[in-house]
Design a protein around this ligand. Structure first.
Ligand code: FAD
Ligand code: NAP
Length: 547
């Protein structure tokens, strides 16, 4: 390959192009290097870290415990890295990503501040041609999309958005230098996971905070705290065993699932169990019973418990009522994990505005107007989420040799085989793509599983002398049907969630991730590989594909 200097466009050929240098792209690069494959990574950001590079809003942290939200592939790394808190804050996770980049010398193969705009497959040559916004034009036998499920930040199309005179921020594109809200009147639109983390921290600085809520969220306290040394030691002593356990679970997190129906115990026992889970905090609340996401009556017992907690925390009954979700089952939108979110609404300078009742009409020069009132502020924060799972992929013009684009193929919703590949797009892999457990899981577990699978697949293809691999249409159809069937056995489709594409007007309503469980899914992927890549065609090493 020809490298003409740091900013000169790259041309020539590599074995693999990876798009994205978050945790997926970083680990993929590491694995491919070990296979001796010439690999280049293009990354739009200025450094590694992905999510944790972009989402620098106040209060940003993981909601899976750090001992688990971390790579497992290097025993030395997991032993040597010390997490300061039970749930690491964004700066610490970014530090970790940078440490990994240095430790494994990753940056030398990553082109930062470079966005991939176009990827076109040339079947005759069996090569992807990748074109970037900096004029790079690289041919590669394989292309791996490590573009992230929550990386296409989205600001709703409010009329008048350009008129606001003060600064505006999106949580997913937060300024690197930070924002000082001291003494300011701040508006926050949205009450998802990002807002729920940011609101208490912004409230602590701002003179006045107005929160615009369309749908209230269920949130469980994190009870975050400095890492207890004995907790860290317990994990480090048993890491191999505990990581292997995580691979077999439903969502890639090791915690105790109470394998009982919520309806099999009396009200007093149920309440005690919920109290214990609330006190322990975090996502494991949803493992209080085994039927919370499949049985509406069981689910309602958990939902009612959380609503009761909200009413107990929030002093003003009207505000408490607005904050208490009633329109969808608990857990069917991503459960939130917070530090003092509900209590923040007891502060006299914090106001909650229900924009379901009185929708936002327009952004004005000095704030915004709903159908009921005008609100003024100095700064406006969009905590309005992402075009999830498909947004970053559809932002790239991905075309096959027949002139079909992935965007067009997915017009009615994403279609993949195993969330790894799409029929008609050979040699193009996705990490945690739609149709895999992905965002329903501890993403580190799902990322490592996909990267390991892809690395082994490329090694196997090399050993067999195949020019590549392509998902069959029949296997894809069967998988899409299975993903849907499993989703519809749960309560998930009952919510207007971003899992369903419901947060983006016009996006098809399809449940995008695979809810069969991380353990079950891993087994399926293993079986597919063991059976000679069942459901895939291996591409013959045609003469045209020769070097
Ligand atoms: P990303 O980290 O999103 O990285 C993708 C990268 O690809 C980005 O850097 C992007 O710039 C780049 N990219 C995209 N398109 C292009 C292009 N066309 N050209 C060049 N580069 C491109 N998951 C959990 O399991 N636990 C958590 O606690 C958790 N917390 C989260 C908190 C927030 C605020 C958010 C937004 C997500 C969170 N997630 C969490 C999900 C998180 O996205 C994953 O855990 C993980 O970081 C994803 O890594 P990734 O490398 O797959 O994608
Ligand atoms: P989100 O969950 O999609 O929340 C976006 C919020 O903006 C919602 O409250 C939404 O309301 C609101 N909104 C969107 N469009 C609106 C409009 N036109 N008018 C009014 N309100 C509007 O996005 P997010 O909070 O950034 O979180 C996305 C995902 O990232 C999470 O679900 C999670 O997976 C991950 N994340 C994790 C953490 C963590 O704890 N570690 C933190 C942040 C993010 P509706 O609900 O009515 O659509």
């Amino acid at each position: 390959m020809t490298e003409q200097g740091p900013l000169a466009p790259l041309t020539g050929e590599v074995d693999v192009v990876i798009v994205g240098a978050g945790f997926s792209g970083m680990y993929m690069l590491h694995r491919l290097r070990a296979l001796g494959l010439r690999t280049i990574v293009f990354e739009a950001a200025g450094d590694v870290g992905g999510t944790w590079y972009w989402n620098r809003y106040p209060g940003a942290r993981c909601d899976v415990e750090s001992m688990q939200y971390s790579y497992s592939f290097s025993p030395e790394l997991q032993q040597e890295w010390h997490w300061e808190e039970i749930y690491a804050p964004q700066p610490e996770i970014l530090r970790y990503a940078r440490h990994v980049a240095e430790r494994f010398d990753l940056r030398r193969d990553i082109r930062f501040e470079t966005r991939v705009e176009h990827a076109r497959f040339d079947r005759a040559r069996c090569r992807w041609e990748i074109v970037t916004d900096r004029g790079d034009r690289v041919a590669a036998r394989y292309c791996v999309m490590a573009t992230g499920c929550l990386s296409a930040a989205r600001v709703p199309d409010f009329p008048g958005a350009e008129r606001f005179r003060g600064p505006t921020y999106h949580t997913g594109h937060w300024p690197h230098e930070g924002v000082d809200f001291s003494g300011q009147r701040v508006g926050v639109i949205g009450t998802g996971s990002s807002a729920i983390q940011a609101i208490p921290v912004i409230a602590a600085a701002a003179a006045r905070l107005t929160v615009f809520q369309r749908t209230p969220n269920y949130s469980i306290p994190a009870h975050n705290r400095p890492m207890p040394p004995e907790h860290e030691q317990r994990w480090k002593a048993r890491y191999p065993e505990l990581r292997a356990r995580a691979w077999e679970t439903r969502n890639g997190i090791v915690y105790d699932l109470n394998d009982q129906s919520a309806l099999a115990v009396d009200a007093e026992t149920r309440r005690r169990i919920y109290e214990e889970r609330w006190t322990a905090g975090g996502i494991p609340f949803m493992a209080a019973f085994n039927d919370l996401i499949v049985n509406p009556d069981a689910n309602e017992t958990a939902a009612a418990f959380v609503r009761e907690k909200i009413r107990a925390i929030v002093h003003d009954p009207d505000t408490a009522a607005k904050l208490a979700p009633t329109s969808y089952p608990i857990g069917t939108k991503r459960i939130c994990v917070d530090s003092d979110y509900f209590a923040t609404f007891n502060c006299p300078h914090v106001t909650l505005v229900d924009v379901r009742q009185a929708p936002i009409v327009e952004i004005t020069e000095s704030g915004l107007r709903t159908t009921a009132a005008s609100h003024e502020f100095d700064a406006l924060v969009f905590a309005t989420g992402f075009d999830a799972m498909t947004g970053a992929l559809n932002a790239i013009a991905i075309e096959n040799d027949a002139g079909e684009s992935l965007r067009d193929k997915w017009a009615a919703g994403p279609r993949t085989y195993l969330g790894l590949m799409a029929a008609g797009f050979p040699n193009l892999f996705m990490i945690t793509g739609p149709g895999s457990p992905s965002v329903l899981s501890n993403m580190m577990v799902s990322i490592e599983q996909h990267v390991d699978w892809i690395a082994r697949c490329l090694a196997d293809l090399g050993a067999r002398g195949a020019a590549g691999i392509e998902a069959s249409t029949a296997a894809e159809e069967a998988w899409v049907a299975h993903v849907n069937e499993v989703a519809h056995k749960t309560l998930y489709p009952a919510a207007n969630s971003w899992y369903m594409g419901a947060n983006v007007p016009g996006k098809p309503r399809v449940f995008m991730p695979y809810i069969g469980g991380v353990g079950v899914y891993r087994e399926i992927c293993e079986k597919v590989a063991a059976n000679g890549y069942e459901g895939f065609h291996l591409l013959a090493p045609v003469a045209a594909a020769a070097e």
